[in-house]
Design a protein around this ligand. Structure first.
Ligand code: PB1
Ligand code: ZN
Length: 328
């Protein structure tokens, strides 16, 4: 047997198999997406997202304390208002008594070491359900959308968010948010995580159920990237880095590993996030429930692909599970 034919000697032991992974999952790489209800005492299970709930402000301590004890280091907040007056511009998004701003303050006071990121979008707060403001004909009106998104992002920074993450996909919102943060003294205090390559995916259904954020008409194909648009994704990644993004994100993750790899190559000096979205999470659970694989094995295998592609930060609803699995 020729010497160069033998590879198995390099991974015949569990430890040498670990050494073969250039990057391994750590608790610090996990950012947990959590849903904040405007019912202060809510703890409502989300049927389409196994094990996930909408939480009211008064329940956050009981929910997060055990996870922080297990090593949770970051969360990203999604407001899921069920009792607000939605309007054309998403006015409730930066309501000082709204779920997100109250949750930022509560979490910051309860868990000073926990990193608090906030998703920034209008779709949970607009009466039309789109992520931006619209022209009368229903198309995106970019300039006022970008201005409004920056307003909301600034309000979260003022409330104490460590990071704002605009998922709206409006052209130019990164520059607008960065400008607003700098002009108001938050340029060096609040991280800007850009959902740069975010695709018009079929995998957002469970989230939209949870957040009540489905568009009331049409779809998001005119502002989320076409799944086949690798060139557009590369251009968006470079644009957002140039506009001041501190972190680049690709979303969804599993069907877009090539885009994660492109982002790692195009913006090698930025932290690179990827979001294992609600439909991916539900899909992995469904396969395990159908007996196709063991949940834990598939969860780790799904993340291994993201790490191999170059991700350094993973937004995943599996975070609580990984906190346990990484200890055992
Ligand atoms: N702001 C848009 C919400 C967006 C997808 C969508 O509904 O279009 C995501 C939240 N950032 C959904 C995330 C998920 O599916 O887990
Ligand atoms: Zn949105």
């Amino acid at each position: 047997m020729d010497i160069s034919s033998i590879l198995q000697g390099g991974y015949q032991h569990p430890l040498s198999r670990q050494w073969q992974s250039k990057r391994q999952l750590t608790k610090a790489m996990l950012m947990y997406p959590i849903f904040i209800s405007d019912d202060p005492d809510a703890s409502q299970l989300i049927a389409t997202l196994p094990g996930q709930s909408r939480w009211g402000i008064n329940k956050l301590e009981g929910f997060l304390a055990p996870l922080v004890k297990k090593g949770l280091q970051s969360v990203i907040l999604f407001g899921v208002p069920m009792n607000c007056n939605k309007d054309y511009r998403g006015t409730p998004a930066d309501d000082k008594e709204g779920p997100v701003i109250l949750a930022i303050k509560k979490i910051r006071s309860l868990f000073p070491d926990l990193y608090v990121a906030c998703d920034v979008c209008l779709c949970e707060y607009t009466d039309h359900g789109h992520c931006g403001l619209l022209h009368p004909d229903g198309t995106i009106n970019t300039a006022p959308s970008v201005e409004r998104i920056a307003e909301v992002a600034l309000s979260y920074a003022r409330a104490g968010a460590h990071c704002v993450a605009p998922s709206d996909m409006m052209d130019g919102r990164i520059k607008s948010i960065k400008r607003a943060l700098i002009d108001n003294g938050f340029g060096n205090k609040c991280t800007l995580m850009a959902y740069s390559a975010k695709f018009a995916s079929s995998l957002y259904g469970p989230f939209r159920d949870a957040a009540g954020s489905a568009p009331s008409f049409g779809n998001r194909k005119c502002y989320q990237l076409p799944p086949g648009g690798r060139g557009l994704a590369r251009r968006a990644i470079q644009r957002d880095a140039a506009e001041g993004a501190d972190i680049i994100m690709v979303k969804p993750a599993m069907p877009y590993l090539d885009i994660i790899s492109d982002a790692a190559q195009l913006t090698p000096d930025h932290p690179l996030a990827c979001y294992q979205v609600s439909g991916e999470f539900a899909m992995v659970h469904a396969g395990a429930a159908a007996g196709v694989y063991a949940l834990r094995d598939m969860a780790f295998e799904s993340v291994d692909g993201m790490l191999r592609a170059g991700a350094t930060l993973i937004l995943t609803y599996f975070t609580p599970d990984f906190l346990d699995w990484l200890d055992n």
